[in-house]
Design a protein around this ligand. Sequence first.
Ligand code: COA
Length: 279
Amino acid sequence: MLITYPLAKRVEVKEDKSVSDEDVLYEAKDGVATITINRPDKYNALNTSVVLKLRELFEKAEDDPNVRVVVLTGAGEKAFAAGADISEFKGKDSKTIRPRVERGQELTKFIESMSKPSIAAVNGFALGGGCEFAMACDIRYASANAKLGQPEINLGVIPGYGGTVRLARLVGLGRAKELVYTGDHITAEEAHRIGLVNRVFDSIDALREGTMELAKKLALKPGVALKLAKQSLNNSWQMGLEENLGFELDVFTQTFDTEDKVEGVDAFLTKREAEFKHK
Ligand code: COA
């Protein structure tokens, strides 16, 4: 029987009056939804409104059959996102901060487990929650000016949107501990060297171009196979070898019942480009 990787629980965001449509922008074109955090004056700091809006827009992208790939980025040339909005920390205690952190964590789980691939285009500072949202995406591209890190320790707190978990899994426990304990920022080049970002571009324009190139490439791949590959790869984080291999076997065989498999194999054998229908 097919094991499914559950999607994060959906939350009703429309009821929250604090959501501003301007804080996060959305554009869907050529099968690619681009979600842009839009508070450049505040280095795209993640206040409650931004997190709620991001959740709404990631759900929108997941539900739109014309969207095949999602890109997450920040407006301007300074920041992807410089972390949680620190002004919202003031006056909060463990009880009053908890729902906010849960909401952010839920969002990272949603991004990670959604059926479509996501790319973070890191166009500047990706600190704290910014780095954590980037790590929830499947692939990270960065511009050379980008700086990444988990500086929460300098505020007397720790990462709360999965930073102690995903960073360790991406770059190894020793490097993650160094980054979380020191709170230091690292350059895009260093992030690339340790596997935190997949690719570095000379400029922000080149980053945006390279990200769209990848997104459009993925948008043409067979959607069902992409989704199942993503699920199986994600499962490697939480399943043992036997169970994960069993899952891979199940979903591999499932791809043989898709129209895209018939098209892909026929296109190869008749030496033509495949045209996938994502079915
Ligand atoms: N929360 C709220 N506001 C933030 C912010 C954050 N995480 N990061 C940046 N900003 C705001 C600044 O308050 C400033 O606003 P102002 O112009 O109204 O004063 C504006 O963004 C620009 O930041 P500034 O610090 O003046 O720019 P800088 O180039 O000197 O430094 C950073 C940039 C990113 C290194 C610095 O802003 C910083 O360390 N931010 C906090 C990062 C952090 O700790 N994130 C984890 C939070 S848990």
